[in-house]
Write a protein that binds this ligand. Structure first.
Ligand SMILES: Cc1cc2nc3c(=O)[nH]c(=O)nc-3n(C[C@H](O)[C@H](O)[C@H](O)COP(=O)(O)OP(=O)(O)OC[C@H]3O[C@@H](n4cnc5c(N)ncnc54)[C@H](O)[C@@H]3O)c2cc1C
Length: 421
């Protein structure tokens, strides 16, 4: 049965949900507070599709590392210590989740979702043509310390045990994979099932397909409130007026906690600000996408350009848009790049305008995907942190199944939005 579906938020998660729902014959409207020209989190990211990222952010050792990094303004992580009730609750829940048991229970699901996500991108490339630059060539984690390499090798062993193909590379083998690039590295780990694409091109192609399918894309239209019925949502209030529908899905990225709170629903979420720098004509083009492991910097070839992305600044639960650029953290990315890849120097980045995006981070490092118990026709898909692009299409597919009344093709109980209710 065709339903009227309202989606709040037109980032990669909202638009992929709209796409797969429209494919199943539903009539979809997407509301976004931003304009179509706005280049939010889903556009300037590093474009990686990441089966390699099966360890959730909340993992043993994460707190120790965060405490070490917090005092260095150029490090990959920052959280301003402050008396903010929601930040304290989030940090406490993160600490609760950062256990070996949580990792071993979540890793198989994250891997399954990421592999299925890669499958969706391959399918979309077959259907749409090569319009977003999908490159299924794997990603290399490059380590410039023995300690860093040991850590990546241990992660690789876990991946192997889960059935993921992984190759450990010494410095010589690494150099052979990147013959055109100088590298300062102790070695690396190659994840051949990873892939990458150009996210801005993916988003444009998606918007074009949505228009062809008659999806109503309402930009510059924030959802400001809800009309509640008996255990249901009747409609949303927007600057266009009230809009009724059969189903409502919150895909508000880092804004999701604030949107859910309008309905007295608790979805702890912090914005994790990150930056990217794109060189349109790099002096060298890497043959692979790579992650500079200890520095947590992603390097992604995108056509003739190359994008460098990194840092995670926990900026709080957002209602507005804080995309201010912290120069020290941008410097941290640039310095890391020339430390691992000496072909690139700070001069290469002189003219580059840094881009900032707000990752939606849940405390346990898992997205919220599913229906709320308290409303029959309200669901959420948000909180994908560093994997929103990678998991965009599979999230959209699972949501479309759920909205059609079918059982999701991957069990998602662990991602329940009621887990902190
Ligand atoms: C530097 C960096 C690198 C990254 N690299 C990768 C990568 O390589 N691979 C990967 O998979 N992921 C990556 N990510 C993460 C990825 O970009 C995010 O997980 C993803 O974009 C989140 O998508 P989203 O749709 O949930 O949120 P968003 O894209 O933020 O979309 C949410 C939308 O909701 C709208 N909204 C908010 N409130 C309202 C309201 N009240 N009414 C209407 N609309 C509203 C907002 O305007 C926004 O457009 C990276 C992120 C950063 C910052």
């Amino acid at each position: 049965m065709s339903k009227r579906i309202v989606i709040v938020g037109g980032g990669v998660i909202g638009l992929c949900t709209a796409y797969y729902a429209a494919e199943l014959g539903h009539r979809v409207t997407v509301f976004d507070r931003a304009s179509e020209e706005d280049r939010g989190c889903s556009y300037g990211n590093a474009g990686m599709i990441t089966p390699s990222h099966f360890v959730p952010l909340a993992a043993p050792g994460a707190i120790r590392l965060a405490l070490k990094w917090m005092w260095n303004p150029e490090s990959p992580f920052y959280m301003k210590p402050r008396l903010d009730r929601r930040l304290i609750e989030w940090a406490w829940r993160f600490r609760q989740a950062a256990t070996a048991a949580h990792v071993s229970e979540s890793a198989p699901l994250l891997l399954q979702l990421n592999l299925a996500g890669r499958g969706c991108f391959e399918q979309l490339t077959r259907e749409w043509g090569d319009v977003f630059g999908l490159t299924p060539k794997g990603i290399i984690m490059i380590c410039n310390t023995e300690e860093g390499l040991e850590h990546e090798v241990a992660t690789a062993a876990t991946g192997r045990a889960l059935g993921l193909p992984v190759e450990i590379l010494d410095a010589k083998q690494l150099a052979a994979m990147e013959p055109g690039l100088s590298m300062r590295a102790a070695g690396g780990v190659y994840f051949p099932m990873d892939a990458y694409l150009t996210p801005d091109r993916f988003m444009s192609a998606l918007i074009e397909r949505l228009r062809e399918r008659g999806v109503d894309l309402a930009w510059n239209t924030p959802v400001t409130g809800w009309n509640r019925g008996e255990g249901r949502i009747d409609g949303v209030m927007t600057s266009r007026g009230a809009v009724n529908a059969d189903e409502f899905v919150i895909c508000g990225g880092a804004w999701t906690a604030a949107i859910a709170r309008q309905l007295k629903l608790r979805l702890p979420m912090q914005a994790g600000k990150g930056y990217s720098l794109t060189l349109p004509r790099p002096r060298k083009q890497p043959a692979h996408a790579m992650i500079l492991s200890e520095a947590r910097v992603a390097v992604t070839p995108m056509g003739s350009a190359v994008r460098f992305g990194g840092t995670m600044e926990i900026t709080g639960e957002i209602t507005g848009t804080d995309l201010s650029i912290n120069p020290a953290r941008v410097r941290g990315i640039v310095n890391a790049v020339s430390k691992y890849l000496p072909d690139f120097t700070a001069d290469d980045f002189q003219e580059v305008q840094p881009w900032a995006g707000l990752r939606p981070c849940s405390p346990d490092g898992l997205p919220y995907i599913g229906r709320f118990q308290s409303f029959d026709n309200l669901s959420v898909a948000a909180g994908h942190a560093m994997m929103g692009l990678s998991l965009g299409p599979i999230t959209g597919k699972l949501m479309s199944e759920l909205l059609s009344g079918s059982a999701p093709s991957i069990p998602i109980e662990r991602l329940s939005p009621d887990r902190y209710a």
